[in-house]
Design a protein around this ligand. Structure first.
Ligand code: HEC
Length: 150
């Protein structure tokens, strides 16, 4: 039993080390993938808000929930040492003003949560909430993202 407990602890340590490795592995990649997800959900929402694709309340709500799920994790993906590399577009300002960056992320979360509620009330309510949401993208990108010349 004692031996088993030791083994279990050892296994646990390996598991922790492994997840640590994945997250620490390439936070730049992880955060870029997360933003891509946000981009996709935003695109679909925009098309629905503008009437380019038929409005679907369930899909709109889902898109907003997807976005709302990103910010909390997102802000943990900027450890020291990831200011450069992986074609990151992150601005050095993130590390100079992490509190401001986190506040920007919180705004996105609040707007997306409101968007998910609005989605249930129909297209007009959703379109209005979507308008507020995209302001939060711009608000953060202008201060904390450097657009790479491609
Ligand atoms: C809290 C700040 C913040 C908010 C809010 C934010 N973004 Fe971003 N976004 C960033 C940063 C920083 C990057 C660059 C990250 C990198 O390259 O490491 C980025 C990159 C992106 C990218 C490029 C992803 C890639 O690498 O291919 C897209 C697309 C994007 N954002 C869309 C959006 C949309 C749409 C919204 C609003 C719904 C939004 N973002 C809100 C900070 C933010």
């Amino acid at each position: 039993m004692k031996r088993f407990a030791k083994f279990a602890i050892a296994l646990g340590a390996v598991a922790v080390a492994a997840t640590g490795a994945v997250a620490a592995d390439d936070p730049i990649k992880v955060r870029q993938e997360l933003m891509k997800t946000v981009g996709k959900s935003t695109k679909l929402s925009s098309q629905m808000a503008k009437g380019k694709v038929p409005y679907d309340g369930a899909q709109a709500e889902q898109a907003m929930q997807t976005i709302a799920g990103v910010p909390d994790k997102y802000v943990t993906l900027f450890p020291a040492g990831t200011e450069k590399g992986g074609e990151t577009e992150a601005s050095p300002k993130i590390w100079e003003d992490m509190a401001g960056f986190k506040a920007s992320a919180e705004k996105l979360k609040v707007a997306a949560t409101a968007g998910a509620q609005a989605a249930k009330q129909g297209k007009d309510a959703f379109a209005a909430a979507f308008g507020e949401l995209v302001k939060t993208c711009k608000g953060c990108h202008e201060g904390y993202r450097i657009k790479k010349q491609k």
